[in-house]
Design a protein around this ligand. Structure first.
Ligand SMILES: O=C(O)c1cc(C(=O)O)oc(=O)c1
Length: 293
């Protein structure tokens, strides 16, 4: 019954004014289902309508991107079949980030590598997952295939508490949505200062300059607070930033963003061609297609 299932994405996104450079990667997006083929987890905190690879790739083309990094969405739990299916359907134009049971075997991890996964995601948002066992996360982070990294999703108020955990992760870390700073407090807020301290603490922490819609919810464009808070971070950490649409915008059903407007944020946070090239091409390649560097 699709009427009970959430619709969180724009049915007719605009074509952006900004044109991404050749090779641009949308490095944070998801797929939902299709449910008939890939049922949602019994523990899912939201039940979305189908947003499969056909829709994702049509959007990629409309927005002017060449590749996707598909991050396993929480509604699919630790069954990565929908994400692997989408990667396979992309013809080499997508790679992914999995969510795994920490007891996963080496063979399963290896099969995921073959299927295009290059990292695993640890989600600390209580509204999305029931538990986040730090000890087990560290244990599996030590057993990842060569070249993999860990993606972490947390909110700014637990950053300090997570610092020892992050210090113990033996592979590169990618932080989803900058750890959700309060962008309304500007570029020099306590949240932003704490996040910069984290980035300064080791040379292998990356971040996604993503989600103006989420971080300013329920505002629509022009998302001026986001642009003002995030542009200095991108400028100062240009070798550590990647970018993505966050399509199909899980849980954004009350403030559905126009993906064209999301792409038009890019030149506001990365105003020069050099910054855009790093954020959209060079940096995501280093993480997801390093063999091409
Ligand atoms: O803030 C969110 O609701 C959210 C959810 C998910 C997910 O359900 O995986 O992923 C995201 O990147 C963001």
């Amino acid at each position: 019954m699709t009427e009970d299932r959430i619709l969180s994405w724009h049915s007719n996104p605009s074509k952006p004014r900004y044109t991404p450079p050749p090779g641009a990667v949308d490095a944070h997006c998801h797929v939902f289902g299709p449910m008939a083929q890939f049922p949602f987890s019994a523990k899912a905190k939201y039940l979305p309508q189908d947003a499969g690879p056909d829709k994702l790739f049509a959007l990629r083309d409309l927005l002017g991107f060449e590749r996707n990094v598909i991050v396993q969405a929480s509604c699919h739990g630790t069954d990565n079949a929908a994400t692997l299916h989408a990667i396979k359907a992309s013809d080499g134009k997508a790679r992914g980030v999995a969510v795994v049971d920490p007891a996963i075997s080496e063979e399963e991890l290896h099969a995921m590598h073959e299927g295009g996964m290059r990292g695993i995601r640890f989600n600390f948002l209580k509204r999305l997952v029931d538990d986040a066992p730090k000890d087990k996360f560290i244990e599996v982070a030590k057993r990842l295939p060569a070249g993999w990294h860990v993606v972490i999703y947390f909110e700014a108020d637990i950053l300090e508490e997570l610092r020892p955990f992050m210090d113990a992760i033996p592979v590169p870390i990618v932080v989803d949505h900058m750890g959700r700073p309060d962008v309304r407090q500007g570029p020099d807020s306590p949240d932003m200062r704490a996040f910069r301290k984290l980035l300064d603490s080791r040379p292998d922490i990356w971040f996604k300059a993503t989600c103006p819609d989420r971080l300013e919810e329920p505002n629509g464009p022009p998302w001026d607070d986001f642009a003002r808070a995030v542009a200095p971070l991108v400028a100062d950490y240009s070798d550590k930033v990647i970018w993505g649409t966050d399509w199909p915008h899980p849980n954004m059903q009350d403030a559905i963003p126009d993906d064209g407007a999301i792409v038009d944020m890019i030149p506001r946070i990365a105003p020069t061609p050099e910054l855009q090239q790093r954020m959209l091409v060079t940096n995501p390649k280093l993480l997801y297609w390093p063999e091409e560097i």
